[in-house]
Design a protein around this ligand. Structure first.
Ligand code: ATP
Ligand code: MG
Length: 355
């Protein structure tokens, strides 16, 4: 899989760009506010139907313009695909080859795009939501039916929560328990299996990048020690759920904490180590993916010394993904080990090929 060509019109400060990429690594060099992250956003939008910076696509339309336009050529195996995306009048239109597709989420299933951006740090810093997203995203690309199951679970959860909020009878509320338990147990077992496969890969990358052995501590969203099965948990916590008006336990509360020698990693690792850990987590997911991926790495050098940067670049290379890396200075990144690598300079939203 490789994105080989991208035409951009009116996206943030990029008025017009026609770019031909390398299938291996693409280095985007430019000063602050030149348009580096905007290019990565364009790639994310055309490949996934969304930006990693905002949920509001309209923010990406260039000021004073009414429409943004993207056209991508990418190869899936030997097969060339053309994706077009436009955003105008609050409407997004996507065409794959000549066929219009109705939902932008259909894009996400085709091309796996991973991002390593400064905000990725929230994976460790913020609450469990980001880590659940990381987990679900990884599983989704390995098991495509997972998304349907996830949606079914949340549908039943909403029904049960609505019954709790409206203070319906115990019988009416508990009518949702059995379908909820069914979906929850299945979600949990798929997540659990995935974590079991991901753990040794994370340990490998942890060793390679940091010389440490990070471990996932997967918490399914209910107390497995006290109540082994979820049905038991729901019965036990019924009174509390009723008082609070929502379902307190379940896969919607799952978390994967990352531990080093049984301690929370945030309390042990330096900032640079934490950044490398997030890279290790991303690379581990990438390795389990059945299809090749695109990896967007924004502002790589921040907080990394030259030696760690080189180790990370080697790991990125060995991942086999098509990589896009941004930096403010060209000598921060050594491309000598890559074949067919390309470099672009960007200034005021205008890109120039260098290699
Ligand atoms: N909708 C928009 N229309 C026009 N310009 C925009 C729009 N949104 C953002 N910009 C501008 O685009 C420019 C490029 O932003 P971008 O985030 O891509 O820079 P960058 O090269 O990644 O910089 P940094 O090194 O600071 O991260 C900024 O000056 C920003 O203010
Ligand atoms: Mg940027």
């Amino acid at each position: 899989m490789a994105l080989l060509q991208l035409d951009i019109q009116h996206l943030r400060n990029i008025k017009q760009a026609n770019l031909k990429f390398s299938p291996t690594v693409n280095l985007i060099i430019g000063p602050n506010a030149s348009g580096k992250t905007s290019l990565l956003e364009a790639i994310s939008l055309i490949c996934q139907g969304r930006s990693f910076r905002t949920t509001r696509i309209d923010q990406l339309i260039q000021h004073e313009q009414s429409r943004l336009l993207l056209l991508a050529h990418y190869y899936q195996g030997n097969e060339k695909q053309i994706i077009g995306l436009s955003r105008e009048n609050k409407t997004t239109q996507v065409k794959i080859n000549t066929q219009t597709i109705s939902k932008t989420t259909e894009l996400a299933g085709r091309i796996a795009v991973h991002v390593l951006i400064p905000e990725s740090h929230e994976l460790l810093d913020s609450g469990p939501k980001m880590r659940r997203q990381y987990l679900d995203w990884g599983v989704f690309h390995v098991e495509h039916h997972y998304l349907d199951l996830w949606k079914q679970y949340h549908r039943v959860l909403r029904q049960r929560n609505s019954a709790l909020r409206r203070k319906r009878s115990k019988q009416e509320i508990q009518a949702w328990d059995q379908p909820l338990v069914e979906k929850a147990e299945l979600l949990h077992s798929i997540r659990d299996n995935y974590i079991k496969r991901l753990s040794p890969v994370l340990a490998d990358y942890g060793n390679q990048l940091i010389g440490e052995n990070p471990k996932f501590d997967y918490q399914p969203g209910w107390n497995k020690d006290v109540s082994a099965d979820y049905a038991h948990q729901l019965t036990e916590s019924f009174d509390q759920d009723y008082d609070r008006g929502f379902t307190r336990f379940g896969p919607h509360r799952a978390d994967i904490k990352i531990k080093i020698s049984n301690k929370a990693v945030q309390t042990v690792f330096s900032r640079g180590q934490q950044k490398l850990l997030i890279c290790a987590m991303t690379l581990a997911q990438l390795k389990l993916q059945p299809t090749e991926s695109i990896l967007l790495v924004d502002d790589l050098p921040a907080e990394l010394d030259p030696q760690r940067r080189a180790i990370l670049m080697n790991a990125l290379k060995d991942s086999g993904a098509q990589v896009f890396v941004t930096a403010t200075e060209p000598d921060l990144i050594d491309l000598s080990r890559w074949t067919e690598g390309k470099m672009f300079h960007v200034k005021h939203g205008i890109f120039q090929d260098v290699v």
